[in-house]
Design a protein around this ligand. Structure first.
Ligand code: KG4
Ligand code: ZN
Length: 339
């Protein structure tokens, strides 16, 4: 069964064809980084306009690369939130038009559900680590979603049954990377740039605070961002690599510690790391260490499937479609859409 996935939730226009919820036949992502770079963050109006320009070429390329036409598609899965409303509207309107014109069923997918199900996809660019589990995880499992818009821990009991155990009370981890990068004048998106600098720095040279918020599984990263800003105002001689390494270490420490707490509380041995920040080498490394120390099964998607992509939307959409969950033409995107 072939599903065409579409994601325009934020600043990437993406379309993908996935067979059987697992096998990626194509996964096209048109990045808008070049457009938003000079503003140090996403400008929603520019994002929507670019989606309008790119949606058809991207969908067309996804079909061509998969060597199929729209008549071969069983359903179109589209991300209907959470995200930027103008961006979501482009993907949803386009998917509805295509479904209507070709009489194809429409399936609505929550973006966070997509991130969780990215680990069900078979990838051609798998990282060679015996510590990363292969194949689909068995239920139940724990999922840490760390992206530019979200930082949450979920208990996943089965497809469609998610319990949020904790979430960020202010900035998402990726947002903290982006804001600190802007403070340091390093550019957007901040995550990969900070990771590059951090590689050359000493994570112990600058001790930034960790908000562990004892007794619960929520996160907070705005204090860390302020601490970096205060440090920059106070210090005369700064080392960019040391600041980046210290900041990255503080974020990773909190994410790993909270995941450990959640695993213990829920008596779980399986964990899935997902979202753009999961592309971070330091975080991936610490998760693998955790797996080795605590005999856990850990799933971490290859980097291109951590950041936003439509293959994950098609993977989650496959399960909805198989369960008979389709949408009609009334489908409207929502900027705020809890799982
Ligand atoms: O999942 P995603 O592509 O979009 C959202 O759903 O938000 O995540 C984007 C976020 C950005 O904040 C970006 O800076 C961060 O993921 N990111 C990283 C890395 N690559 C992307 N953060 C840390 N290290 C990275 N290598
Ligand atoms: Zn995302």
């Amino acid at each position: 069964m072939l599903i065409l996935g579409i994601d325009t939730s934020c600043d990437d226009t993406s379309a993908s064809v996935v067979r059987g919820g697992k096998e990626i036949l194509s996964d096209i992502v048109s990045s808008q980084d070049r457009i938003h770079k000079k503003y140090g963050g996403i400008v929603p109006e520019l994002a929507s306009r670019r989606h309008i320009e790119m949606i058809w070429p991207v969908v067309n390329e996804a079909l061509l690369e998969a060597r199929i036409t729209s008549t071969d598609i069983a359903a179109i899965a589209v991300c209907h939130g959470p995200g930027l409303i103008g961006s979501l509207l482009v993907g949803c309107s386009f998917a509805k038009a295509l479904c209507y014109a070709h009489r194809i069923p429409l399936v609505a997918v929550n973006h966070l559900e997509g991130h969780i199900f990215s680990c069900f996809l078979e990838s051609r660019v798998d990282e060679v680590s015996p510590l990363i589990s292969r194949g689909s995880p068995e239920f139940p499992f724990l999922s840490l979603i760390v992206s530019g818009g979200h930082t949450s821990l979920y208990r996943v009991d089965r497809f469609g049954k998610y319990k949020e155990l904790g979430r960020t009370r202010d900035d998402a981890a990726g947002e903290a990377f982006d804001k600190v990068s802007k403070l340091l004048g390093l550019g957007y998106p901040g995550g990969p740039i900070i990771e590059r600098y951090a590689h050359e720095g000493n994570p112990k040279a600058v001790e930034f605070p960790r908000a562990y918020l004892p007794e619960n599984l929520d996160f907070s990263f705005s204090g860390l961002k302020t601490a970096v800003s205060n440090y920059l105002r106070k210090e005369v001689h700064i080392s960019l690599p040391d600041i980046c390494a210290g900041f990255q270490q503080a974020v990773v420490d909190v994410l790993v510690k909270k995941t450990e707490w959640a695993l213990r509380r829920e008596r779980m041995k399986r964990v899935v790391l997902a979202g753009g920040v999961a592309a971070n080498s330091a975080l991936r490394g610490r998760f693998l260490l955790l797996a080795a120390e605590r005999s856990l099964e850990v799933w971490i998607p290859p980097r291109p499937l951590c950041t936003d992509n439509a293959a994950m939307i098609a993977a989650a959409g496959y399960h909805h479609f198989r369960d008979g969950e389709t949408s009609d033409m009334e489908l409207n995107p929502k900027a705020y859409l809890p799982l």
